[in-house]
Design a protein around this ligand. Structure first.
Ligand code: ZNH
Length: 145
C-alpha cells in the first residue's frame, strides 16, 4: 500500500509535529471553519467565537488527544484500520459523529502542516499526506458501514 518514499514523507513530517500546539491549531480551525462541528463539543463550554475557541482549555487538551491517535495510526501504517478500529466504533456508536466531518479534519490538518512546514511541505509531500488522510478517514469510518 505504501512505497518507502511515502512512508518517509509521512514519518518525517510527523517528527516535526507538536501534538499539543498543532493539535490545538487543527481542532480550532475545524471548529471555526466548519462551525456545525461545534455541536459535538457542547460539553466543552464556550465556543462562541474564534477567540473563545482558541482560548478554550478543553479544545486545547482534546487537540493533542486527536493527534496522538493520528500518531498511533502512523506507527501502524500497514494496519491503519486495525489501529483505529475501536475509535471508529466510539465515534459511530457513542459519539454519533457524522463521518463527513473526518474529511474536514483531514483538510484542516493538512493546512496546519503546510503552514508550519512551509517549503518543506512540497507538492509531493502534500500528495502523500492527502493519500494518508483518505486512508485515515476510511479507517475511522469503518464502523459506519
Ligand atoms: Zn474524535 C473523542 C480521535 C475526528 C468528535 N476523538 C476522540 C478521542 C480520540 C479521537 C482519540 C478520545 C477518545 C477517548 O477519550 O477514548 N477524532 C479522532 C481522530 C479524528 C477525530 C483521530 C480525525 C480524523 N472527532 C473527530 C471529528 C469530530 C470528533 C471530526 C466532530 C466533528 N471526538 C469527537 C468527540 C469526542 C471525540 C465529540 C469526545 C470528546 C469528549 O471528551 O467529550
Amino acid at each position: 500500500q505504501w512505497t518507502a518514499e511515502e512512508k518517509a514523507a509521512i514519518t518525517s513530517v510527523w517528527q516535526k509535529v507538536n501534538l499539543e500546539q498543532d493539535g490545538h491549531d487543527a481542532l480550532t480551525r475545524l471548529l471555526v471553519v466548519y462551525p456545525w462541528t461545534q455541536r459535538y463539543f457542547s460539553s466543552f463550554g464556550n465556543l462562541g467565537n474564534a477567540t473563545a475557541i482558541a482560548g478554550n482549555a478543553k479544545v486545547h487538551a482534546h487537540g493533542s488527544k486527536v493527534l496522538s491517535a493520528v500518531g498511533d495510526a502512523i506507527d501502524h501504517l500497514d494496519n491503519v484500520k486495525g489501529s483505529l478500529h475501536d475509535l471508529s466504533e466510539l465515534h459511530a456508536f457513542n459519539l454519533y459523529v457524522d463521518p463527513e466531518n473526518f474529511k474536514y479534519f483531514g483538510q484542516v490538518l493538512v493546512i496546519v502542516l503546510a503552514s508550519k512546514l512551509g517549503s518543506a511541505f512540497t507538492p509531493q509531500v502534500q500528495g502523500t499526506w492527502e493519500k494518508f488522510m483518505v486512508v485515515l478517514v476510511d479507517a475511522l469510518s469503518q464502523a459506519y458501514n
